[in-house]
Design a protein around this ligand. Structure first.
Ligand code: PQ2
Ligand code: SAM
Length: 238
């Protein structure tokens, strides 16, 4: 039987927050693939724990590098291109005989690694199931709405240069910053330059075990890659 490659968004972390469709594909899967950093279980795999049928074949797609080489280094691009080429071919081959379910934390089309496989695969071979993005889990964890009325929400990767972060932080109402980790120092400087540090919240591991919500001004020391910085909009309301 010719199968499909089904990429399922699993939501922000708590398995209870995945869609019924994602749950159905997951609990019927015979082949399951997921990304992970070498030596770690992988967030998507952790969300799926206990829901993958016994006997399913698991394919762990381990990034050759994450932070070991600078993204600007040509060796980074070369390593990642070879990695995605290889896994696109392997998943396509596995799909010759069965469906392949690819797990994705959050939503697959929102900064998800699956996008790089999707770009390499025939369109009619792939189906994507949307998921609640990590940021929705994170702003809900703060207990406050993110946007009101005419608020503009800006989503920034913390990997941007400080001046670019500061310019865009000063120019928005509500803010979501992804990929915090070792970029926190530069982001903090940008928030300070934009005079908005006191409005910022840090959510680590939103809806996951270890969730932690703090005012960014109170945070000292390192924070994980799986953190989001938020500023709530204060827009018009009746
Ligand atoms: C290089 C760097 C820069 C950059 O983003 O520009 C980058 N990842 C960095 C760090 C990092 N990544 C991960 C950890 C371990 C986390 C942990 O385990 O705690 C760490 C931290 C660490 O290693 O310390 C794992 C990870 N990565 C992605 C997912 C989600 C997914 O797979 O969907 C997961 C979770 C897998 C899981 O479920 O566990 C996805 C993406 N990460 C990408 C790039 C893009 C793919 C590469 C490409 O093709 O370029 C893509 C697709 C995003 C995109 O393209 O936007 C950056 C350096 C930032 C910096 O400067 O600090
Ligand atoms: C490569 S992106 C993947 C985004 C994911 N596809 C989504 O829909 O949220 C990884 C970044 O998402 C953010 N993130 C995703 N889920 C999160 C969560 N549950 N708690 C905190 N941060 C999260 C972090 O900023 C992390 O650095």
């Amino acid at each position: 039987m010719m199968g499909k490659i089904l990429c399922i968004g699993l939501g922000p972390g708590d398995p209870d927050l995945m869609s019924l469709r994602a749950h159905r594909h997951l609990t019927r899967a015979r082949v399951v693939a997921y990304f992970r950093k070498g030596g770690r279980p992988g967030q998507a795999r952790r969300i799926a724990e206990g829901l993958i049928p016994a006997g399913a074949v698991e394919l762990a797609m381990e990034y050759p590098v994450t932070t070991e080489i600078a993204v600007q280094d040509p060796a980074y691009g070369a390593a990642l291109r070879a990695f995605y080429d290889d896994w696109a071919a392997r998943l396509q081959e596995a799909a010759l005989t069965d469906d392949v379910v690819v797990l994705c934390e959050g939503d697959p089309f929102f900064f998800g690694s699956f996008m790089h496989l999707h770009a390499r695969l025939p369109r009619d071979l792939v189906e994507v199931v949307p998921g609640i993005p990590g940021m929705a889990g994170c702003w809900t964890a703060t207990g406050q709405p993110i946007t009101w009325g005419d608020d503009i929400l800006t989503v920034l990767p913390a990997t941007l240069p400080e001046a670019e972060l500061a310019r865009r932080i000063a120019d928005t109402d509500a803010l979501v910053v992804m990929k915090i980790g070792r970029n926190l120092g530069r982001l903090r400087a940008a928030l300070t330059a934009a005079r908005r540090l006191d409005q910022a919240w840090l959510v680590e591991y939103g809806t996951m075990p270890g969730q932690r919500v703090r005012r960014l001004a109170d945070v000292e020391g390192p924070v994980p890659y799986f953190s989001i910085v938020l500023i709530h909009g204060q827009g018009r309301r009746p």
